[in-house]
Write a protein that binds this ligand. Structure first.
Ligand SMILES: [Zn+2]
Ligand SMILES: [Zn+2]
Length: 192
C-alpha cells in the first residue's frame, strides 16, 4: 500500500510559473506527481503566467497526471479572469484592503474553494476576510510571523489547510506548518 508523507498539499508551483525566479527548472508537474508526497495533491501556479494562451497546456498537463488543478490569484484585479477558468480551487492573495476582501467574496461566488494564502505574510485581517475562505498555514512563510498570536483571531471562525508553497523539489515539505498547526490546535480540512 502506498504511503503518503502528508494528507494534502494544494499550494505548489512548477515551471509553468515561468516568470517566478524562485521556481527551479527541475520543478516540473511530472516531478511533483512522481514524488507524490501528499495524498490530496494539487498544482497552483500563478495566474499571471498560466492565463490566456498558456492555460490549455497547463490544464492538460496537471489533469493528465491526475492532480487537482488550482490557480494562485494575486488580489482582486485578477479575480474576473480567474473565474473564467475551469479549475478546482483558488489560492488567493488577500491583501489588507477593501477591494481585495471584495475580491475574495467575488471569487467565492464561483462556488469553488478559496484558500487565503499565507495570511500573516500579507497582513490579511480576519475581521474582514469572508468566513467561507479557508485559511492557509504556509510552510514557506509561517516562521516569519508571530504565529502564536496572529493566528488566534482566525481560529474560531475559519477552517484551515496546510501547504508547502513549494517552488523547488526540496520545498515539498510541511514540517514548520504542521508544527504550527499542532501548537495552535488546528485540524486541517481536506478539500478533495
Ligand atoms: Zn503567494
Ligand atoms: Zn505560491
Amino acid at each position: 500500500m502506498e504511503q503518503f508523507q502528508f494528507p494534502q498539499d494544494l499550494h505548489i508551483h512548477t515551471t509553468f510559473s515561468a516568470g517566478d525566479t524562485a521556481v527551479a527548472v527541475e520543478q516540473t508537474v511530472d516531478l511533483v506527481a512522481g514524488l507524490g508526497h501528499a495524498k490530496v495533491l494539487g498544482i497552483s501556479d500563478h495566474l499571471d503566467w498560466v492565463g490566456g494562451a498558456a492555460f490549455d497546456k497547463y490544464r492538460q498537463t496537471v489533469r493528465g497526471l491526475g492532480l487537482h488543478l488550482g490557480l494562485e490569484v494575486d488580489g482582486a484585479s485578477w479575480v474576473e479572469e480567474a473565474l473564467e477558468l475551469p479549475v478546482d480551487y483558488f489560492v488567493y492573495h488577500c491583501y489588507d484592503n477593501p477591494v481585495d476582501y471584495q475580491g475574495a467574496e467575488r471569487l467565492l461566488s464561483g462556488g469553488k474553494p478559496v484558500i487565503a494564502a499565507h495570511p500573516l505574510f500579507l497582513g490579511t485581517n480576519p475581521d474582514h476576510l469572508p468566513p467561507d475562505c479557508l485559511v492557509e498555514i504556509n510552510n514557506r512563510y509561517v516562521w516569519r510571523s508571530d504565529w502564536r498570536t496572529r493566528f488566534l483571531p482566525f481560529l474560531p471562525r475559519f477552517k484551515f489547510v496546510i501547504s508547502s508553497d513549494a517552488h523547488q523539489p526540496h520545498w515539498l515539505s510541511q514540517h514548520l506548518a504542521r508544527h504550527v498547526a499542532r501548537e495552535i490546535g488546528v485540524t486541517e480540512t481536506l478539500l478533495f
